[in-house]
Design a protein around this ligand. Sequence first.
Ligand SMILES: Cc1cc2nc3c(=O)[nH]c(=O)nc-3n(C[C@H](O)[C@H](O)[C@H](O)COP(=O)(O)OP(=O)(O)OC[C@H]3O[C@@H](n4cnc5c(N)ncnc54)[C@H](O)[C@@H]3O)c2cc1C
Length: 321
Amino acid sequence: MAEHILVLAEQLEGQLTDVTLELIGVARRLAASRGSGVDALVLGDGVSSLAATVPADRTLLMEHPALRLFNPEAAQRALEAVARETSPWLVLVPNTSLGMDVAAAVATRLGWPLVAYCQAIEERDGQLVATSQLFGGKILADCPVGTDHAVLSVLAGAFSSEAAAPEPPARIERLTPPAELDALRVRATGLERPEAADVDITRAEKIVAVGRGIESKDNLELAEELAEGLGAVVAASRPLVDAGWLPRSRQVGKSGLKVKPRLYLALGISGAPEHLEGMRDAELIIAVNKDPKAPIFDVAHYGVVADLFDVAEALQERLGG
Ligand SMILES: Cc1cc2nc3c(=O)[nH]c(=O)nc-3n(C[C@H](O)[C@H](O)[C@H](O)COP(=O)(O)OP(=O)(O)OC[C@H]3O[C@@H](n4cnc5c(N)ncnc54)[C@H](O)[C@@H]3O)c2cc1C
């Protein structure tokens, strides 16, 4: 029976992402309950110094020119080969823009079950249960995971990164890349960064974030005034950016930016997992939403079930606006 856990380490331009440490942390807890260990797989080209910083029991390093930039096909082939070779109990993949392109394909190719969008993984009565967030967090599905192999794709921010011990790996093993990496159909030609932003929301201490509840572009003025009174900057959920109401540099979330301000005031944002991924680490989250069941309240330190226009007006009055 397979016991150990394999974590796909995520790196971008040679930097390990936070979610990798979160996954190693949860893998450690699960592996410890079986007296087993954690392998981390680092994919890239010229990333051996990065591999030396990954706090797993064993770091598996695979380098190949096709892995220099993220290429979903290359990552799929590499992870599949390693999973076949090492036969872990669980494969943990970050449920990020990169990991989403890998987890389902690898699970299908291996014929192993996949639980995606995991926000919790715990032992209950001797049975491992992975909780998957469905429909933007409106439904939580408990999925029993057997003792056989499985792939779990885990939401960023669902677990603490502190559980990953800071020590470097006990062992680093260099793996031979599978032959498929020399015959890929997908080629990554470059990494494009967005143009420089008017405001860097990742450095803002206070953020007034607006979602679809703001209703129209004209109402953004309200958020701007409130932000000015609070000494904050305005950010938004993705639909507002997609509608062209605010530039991409103001988008918080999975396909936007990750922010960690001292204050995050969320007005009319439902709290879909893709949005939470970008802001759940804020020091103080205050959410205003008409719907008491909105998932944003699950991460908010203070929640106001009310019309955002009423709250904004009252706040403006208090701020003397
Ligand atoms: C691959 C992928 C990547 C994505 N990346 C991102 C991302 O980076 N960032 C992101 O934000 N989303 C992202 N999304 C989209 C995400 O799934 C949600 O659709 C989006 O976050 C919803 O935005 P919202 O909360 O503004 O809108 P909605 O979900 O429509 O929520 C609006 C909320 O406003 C409330 N409301 C309405 N009127 C009022 C009022 N007058 N007063 C108070 N509350 C009110 C409603 O109750 C509701 O909860 C991504 C999706 C995918 C599939």
